[in-house]
Design a protein around this ligand. Structure first.
Ligand code: MN
Length: 239
């Protein structure tokens, strides 16, 4: 993607998108996880107002175009000239320790938000096929899964994430992580797994629209989950 294409693609969003470094575009791909060395802000796979009214346009503009863009920018600064610059994001998650604060926070921020945008869609719907079966057999039913996930998301203290993951035993589990940690961080997080669905419960994800009513934001989230993407991630994690 050359600079002009990047700017055009970013035109969907606010000008704040351009906070992301433009210099790496010649070799970068839209899929964040495939990148190495210098990372770029992935373009949203839908219009910035497409998730209205569940996730409002202004929140999406700031969340993606400013918060996520800043994680990418700071990650690039933090890995410059060291061994982390030779890794994909996933490889990085497996290597970070609590000594690499900037890479932990900004690398986690980049990974988590890239996953988050991908598992959202204006289409909505319900889980089907193997995903629906797995949710049913693990949690009792899809509704019971949602209730457990909601309870988990409501009780994250301060800033963090709630995840649906596939463990090493190939079983589903729900977990939470503080700040921008995630279940791929081998040296940091106790309950390790491959996240296939994640919910950002930082206040920046919902405060403009929902203020202190985190529970309402969590309820609205289910209207815009991209279940096809979650299914793909399940199949990939199981293989
Ligand atoms: Mn966020």
């Amino acid at each position: 993607m050359d600079k002009r294409t990047f700017i055009k693609a970013g035109g969907l969003l606010t000008v704040a998108t351009l906070v992301a470094p433009l210099t790496a575009c010649s070799t970068s791909k839209a899929v964040a996880s495939a990148q190495k060395g210098e990372f770029t802000l992935p373009v949203l796979p839908y219009a910035v107002d497409a998730l209205e009214p569940n996730m409002d346009k202004m929140t999406m503009e700031i969340h993606h175009g400013k918060h996520h863009a800043t994680y990418v920018q700071r990650l690039n600064e933090a890995i410059k000239g060291n061994a982390f610059a030779e890794m994909t994001l996933e490889e990085m998650m497996g290597k970070i320790t609590d000594k690499e604060g900037a890479i932990r926070n900004n690398g986690g921020g980049h990974y988590n938000h890239s996953l988050f945008w991908s598992i959202l869609s204006p289409k909505g719907g319900a889980p089907t096929g193997k995903l629906a079966e797995a949710l049913g057999s693990t949690f009792g039913s899809v509704d019971k899964f949602k209730t457990t996930f909601n309870d988990s998301a409501k009780t994250v203290f301060g800033s963090g994430w709630t995840w649906l993951c596939v463990g090493k035993d190939k079983k589903l589990f729900i977990s939470t992580t503080p700040n921008q940690d995630n279940p791929l961080m081998t040296n940091i997080v106790k309950q390790l797994g491959t996240p296939i669905l994640g919910l950002d419960v930082w206040e920046h994800a919902y405060y403009l629209k929902y203020q202190n009513k985190r529970a309402d934001y969590i309820t609205a989230f289910w209207n815009v989950v991209n279940w096809e993407e979650v299914s793909k991630r399940l199949v990939s994690a199981m293989s």
